[in-house]
Design a protein around this ligand. Structure first.
Ligand SMILES: CC(C)(COP(=O)(O)OP(=O)(O)OC[C@H]1O[C@@H](n2cnc3c(N)ncnc32)[C@H](O)[C@@H]1OP(=O)(O)O)[C@@H](O)C(=O)NCCC(=O)NCCS
Length: 194
């Protein structure tokens, strides 16, 4: 028996959002979201403003990526759906699972139409509760760049605490950008109770 269960693909329903497994049919919508310059810059996916302005194509790689997410045994990729409209507005991901310590990395991104409406906070809370209370993980970690105070605020609301700082986590447009490392442990209690 593995120490964790990231192979099961749950559907997690909150007040504002539903998190559900991806299918290949989500690729065109995710390409729109992944083309957003702010998403590209704040997730550290690009190193320059010029790259941030480039669109994410709906190519074979992207379709295969979303088609195969639900088959992955050691990570969890869930589409973030706005329940009010049924439209996918982003994704939450648990990746980089390490059996030593039962720890995984958390990523979350919300496209421009979905931001600043509480969707990201609820999505992070839902996936953290699931990871720590159902899937058997002990600890979740993440990295947030210093030029992203909104994301940091969301993670702090859910209960993540700072564990370190890296001064040159990214070089963007030739300028070093620091990042804060954060973690949430099972022992610190459920995200829903905060
Ligand atoms: C970060 C992200 C996931 C947050 O999701 P969201 O749905 O936009 O966030 P919410 O609406 O749930 O909450 C935003 C919170 O940040 C606060 N906030 C917004 N802008 C802020 C800023 N510039 N500085 C500090 N706090 C800010 C809001 O007031 C709100 O807090 P509150 O509920 O206490 O008022 C989303 O904005 C996103 O994906 N952004 C682009 C990509 C990204 O940054 N991904 C994360 C990489 S680590």
């Amino acid at each position: 028996m593995p120490a964790h269960d990231l192979a099961t693909e749950p559907t997690l329903v909150g007040e504002l959002v539903e998190l559900r497994p991806f299918t290949g049919a989500d690729a065109p919508r995710m390409a729109q979201i992944l083309s957003d310059p702010e998403v590209r810059r704040l997730t550290g996916s690009v190193d320059t403003s010029a790259e941030a302005e480039q669109a994410q194509p709906v190519d074979d790689h992207l379709v295969r990526w979303y088609t195969t997410r639900a088959e992955q045994p050691d990570r969890l990729d869930l589409a973030l759906v706005d329940r009010a409209t049924g439209v996918v507005q982003g994704e939450v991901v648990l990746n980089e699972y390490d059996d030593d310590g039962r720890v995984a990395n958390l990523r979350c991104l919300v496209g421009p139409d979905g931001r600043d409406r509480g969707l990201g906070t609820e999505a992070v809370r839902l996936v953290c509760d699931y990871a720590l209370e159902v899937a058997g993980l002990e600890r979740l970690t993440l990295e947030v760049f210093e030029f992203n105070p909104r994301a940091r605020r969301v993670y702090e609301k859910v209960g993540f605490v700072q564990t370190g700082t890296r001064l040159e986590a990214l070089v963007f447009d030739g300028v070093a950008v620091a990042a804060v490392d954060m973690e949430l442990t099972r022992r610190s209690g459920s995200a829903a109770s905060r």
